[in-house]
Ligand binder design. Structure first.
Ligand SMILES: [Zn+2]
Ligand SMILES: [Zn+2]
Length: 413
C-alpha cells in the first residue's frame, strides 16, 4: 500500500484506517516537510520542496510580471553571460557552462509549462482592461513560441485547454498534450523495469533529441500561422546571421542550442512522465473522480534526521543541494509541482503561489473529498509512482489503440 500511486476512497475504506486527516501515508502526510520545521531558511525550503509548513502563508504576493521577468528575462541574461564566458577563453568558462545549461534549461521550461501555460488559460497578466490584457498575454505567449521553438498560444490552447483538460481525454491516447509520451512507447501494462529502460534508452539516444528538434523546427517554420512562421524565420535568420558575422558558431551551439534543444527535451520527458499516470484508470475515463487518481503533487524533500546524527544531516544537506535543488531548477519548476491542484482548479489566479493554494485546497476539502490528493517526495519517486501505476494498469484495449493510431497531433514534450 505504501507505494501505491494514488489513493481513492475505495482503497482507503478497504484499509479501514481512514480517519479524515489522521490517515497517515508517505504520499498523503506532510510530516516529512515539518521534520525540518526548526531549521533556518524556511521560505527557501518551502520554495524548493513545494510543500509549506502547516499554517505558513506567502510572505508577499508576487505579481505575475515578475514571473515573466525571471523566465524570459533571466534566460536572456544567461545567454549574454554564457557568450561572455566563452569569449573570455578562460578555463572557468567550461566550468560555468554546465551551470548556464542547468539554469537556462529551467528558464526555457518554465517559460513554456508555466508562463505560456497561463497564457492559454488567459490568466497570466491581470491588466484590468480586457483588450490590453488579451494583447499582452498573447504577446508574451508568442514571444515564448519564437524564442524556444514551442507551439504558439492558439495551438497550445487547442492541445491543452481543449484536450488535456477534457475529462474524456486527460492522460488517454486522445490527450494532445500527452500524445508524445504514448508515441515514445510509454503505454500501460508494461513492467516497471521496462519503463525505466525505455526512459534511459531515450535519454541516451541522440536521435531522441534530433527528432524533438526537428518536430519543433517544423512546427514553427512550416505548420504555424503565417505571422508565427514569419517571426520564426526572422529569428532563425538573425541567429544564423549573428553567428556568421561574429564567428559565433560555438556560442550559438553551446550557449543557446544545448539548453533549448537538448536540456529542454530531456527535462520535458522526465517532467511529463511523472505528471500523470498515462493510460491509467481507463475504466473511469470521463469522470471527475479520475482526475486526482491519475495526477500527483511532486515535492522535493527528505525527512530531516535526528539531531544527534551529524553524518545523516550532512547527507541530507548534500541531497538537498545536489539532487532536489537541480531538479527544482531544471525540471519541476514554476507551478508544475502542483499540477494535480491545477487540474482541480484550472481557473485559479493563485498559480503564482500554488505551493500554498494546493495545501489550502487539501485542508478545506479534507472531510468531504471523494479522492485524496497524493504526492511524491523526490524526482525519481515521482517517476517510480507513475511507472508503478502504469505497470499495474491493463494494456490499452483495441479501442484505445485505434484512437492512438488516429491521433495525428504533434506536440512538444
Ligand atoms: Zn495535466
Ligand atoms: Zn492547464
Amino acid at each position: 500500500m505504501d507505494n501505491s500511486f494514488y489513493l481513492n476512497q475505495q482503497d482507503i475504506e478497504q484499509q479501514s484506517c481512514y480517519e479524515g486527516r489522521k490517515y497517515e501515508n508517505r504520499h498523503t502526510t506532510f510530516n516529512i516537510r515539518t521534520s525540518a520545521g526548526h531549521l533556518p531558511l524556511q521560505r527557501f525550503l518551502t520554495w524548493l520542496s513545494g510543500c509549506p509548513l502547516p499554517g505558513q502563508i506567502p510572505a508577499f504576493k508576487r505579481p505575475p510580471i515578475t514571473q515573466v521577468a525571471d523566465t524570459i528575462g533571466l534566460f536572456l541574461v544567461l545567454m549574454v553571460v554564457g557568450v561572455i564566458l566563452l569569449e573570455s577563453a578562460n578555463p572557468i568558462a567550461y566550468i560555468g557552462l554546465p551551470l548556464i545549461w542547468l539554469l537556462a534549461t529551467g528558464r526555457a521550461r518554465k517559460s513554456f509549462i508555466t508562463i505560456a501555460h497561463q497564457v492559454v488559460h488567459a490568466q497570466l497578466l491581470t491588466v484590468k482592461k480586457k483588450r490590453a490584457r488579451e494583447f499582452l498575454n498573447l504577446a508574451v505567449g508568442e514571444l515564448i513560441g519564437v524564442l524556444f521553438w514551442v507551439p504558439s498560444p492558439d495551438k497550445y490552447f487547442q492541445s491543452h485547454v481543449r484536450s488535456h483538460h477534457k475529462l474524456l481525454e486527460l492522460a488517454t491516447p486522445l490527450d494532445q498534450d500527452g500524445i508524445s509520451i504514448f508515441r515514445l512507447g510509454f503505454l500501460p501494462g508494461k513492467s516497471k523495469r521496462d519503463y525505466w529502460l525505455l526512459l534511459a534508452k531515450h535519454l541516451a539516444n541522440p536521435l531522441f533529441y534530433i527528432k524533438e528538434t526537428f518536430i519543433r523546427m517544423r512546427l514553427r517554420l512550416l505548420s504555424s500561422g503565417p505571422l508565427q512562421r514569419l517571426a520564426s524565420w526572422v529569428f532563425l535568420v538573425s541567429l544564423l546571421g549573428a553567428a556568421y558575422t561574429y564567428n559565433g558558431w560555438q556560442a550559438l551551439m553551446l550557449v543557446y542550442c544545448v539548453p533549448v534543444f537538448i536540456g529542454f527535451s530531456l527535462s520535458g520527458l522526465i517532467q511529463g512522465l511523472g505528471e500523470h499516470g498515462w493510460g491509467v484508470k481507463m475504466d473511469i475515463v470521463g469522470k471527475l473522480a479520475r482526475v486526482l487518481p491519475v495526477s500527483q503533487g511532486r515535492f522535493l524533500f527528505d525527512a530531516f534526521p535526528a539531531p544527534s546524527n551529524r553524518i545523516a544531516q550532512l547527507k541530507w544537506w548534500s541531497r538537498l543541494i545536489t539532487y532536489h535543488l537541480p531538479a527544482r531548477i531544471a525540471i519541476l519548476n514554476g507551478d508544475v509541482q502542483h499540477h494535480d491542484w491545477h487540474h482541480c482548479d484550472p481557473r485559479s489566479l493563485r498559480w503564482t503561489e500554488s505551493v500554498y493554494a494546493r495545501a489550502d485546497s487539501i485542508e478545506q476539502s479534507a472531510e468531504d473529498r471523494h479522492c485524496i490528493a497524493t504526492h511524491s517526495w523526490s524526482l525519481l519517486e515521482s517517476l517510480e509512482r507513475s511507472f508503478d501505476a502504469m505497470s499495474k494498469a491493463p494494456p490499452l484495449t483495441k479501442h484505445w489503440k485505434d484512437q492512438l493510431d488516429r491521433n495525428n497531433e504533434v506536440h512538444v514534450i
